[in-house]
Design a protein around this ligand. Structure first.
Ligand code: GRF
Length: 219
């Protein structure tokens, strides 16, 4: 199968980036990471990319006259690398609609909650724990203009909240699931198996006839 080219957008620790790197290096994903994009120079994720010989570019907000100018520069860099899928893996800012429209149907995110619950925030796991939910989890979804984390849901994984959980242990167990769910979302995209129908994403069976890509159906 042809490998797709990924751009991975990061801001911090980069454990989800590391999971993708590990899948790619093991030959478990039909993908290559063409580019890592960070909005923070000191992100541990940038160091992970460097260690694995992956090109990374830092787009600090302070180097540009506006957030839009920064996001347009980011869009151009991703385009220049011939990217098929943009993966937000712990990117901690909203991005300009221009970037989302340019990569409509080709940009996904991992969020550490069962959406639409606990959308938007940076502490979804702790919010869920404090709220007292009995089921928590993570979601891989398309990123669209509009409310944060409001794009079409591709995959979700639920885990029980245990009596002995703290916000931290719950977050750790959700993270372990993220490291499997995000690569699985990338695989489904790479295999051309995601079909968008309004808010719903149909996962086509293996070997089905892939007449339309997600992007083609959106426009
Ligand atoms: C993850 O929990 C992800 O779901 C959220 O930000 C966190 C990033 O962690 N969007 P890491 O940088 O991948 O370790």
């Amino acid at each position: 199968m042809k490998k797709i080219k990924l751009a991975v957008m990061v801001s911090g620790r980069g454990s989800n980036l590391q999971a993708i790197i590990d899948y790619v290096e093991r030959g478990d994903l039909p993908a290559e990471i063409a580019l890592v994009v960070s909005n923070r120079a000191n992100a541990q994720a940038v160091e992970r990319a460097r260690r694995h010989g992956i090109t990374s570019i830092v787009f600090e907000r302070s180097d540009y006259p506006s957030r839009l100018a920064r996001d347009l520069a980011m869009t151009a860099a991703i385009e220049d690398h011939g990217v098929d899928l943009v993966v937000m893996a712990g990117y901690d800012q909203l991005v300009a609609d221009e970037l989302l429209v340019r990569f409509a149907g080709q940009i996904i995110n991992i969020h550490p909650s069962l959406l639409p619950a606990f959308a938007g925030g940076l502490h979804a796991q702790a919010d869920a724990w404090e709220y007292g939910v009995k089921l928590a989890g993570c979601t891989v979804h398309f990123v669209t203009p509009g409310p944060a984390d409001g794009g079409q849901i591709i995959l979700q994984k639920a885990i029980p909240v245990l009596e002995e959980d703290t916000a931290e242990t719950l977050a750790q167990r959700i993270l372990a699931e993220e490291h499997k769910l995000l690569p699985e979302g990338i695989r489904l995209f790479a295999e051309g198996r995601l079909e968008l129908n309004g808010r719903r994403v149909r996962i086509k069976p293996v070997g089905s006839d892939n007449l339309y890509s997600a992007r083609e159906l959106l426009v």
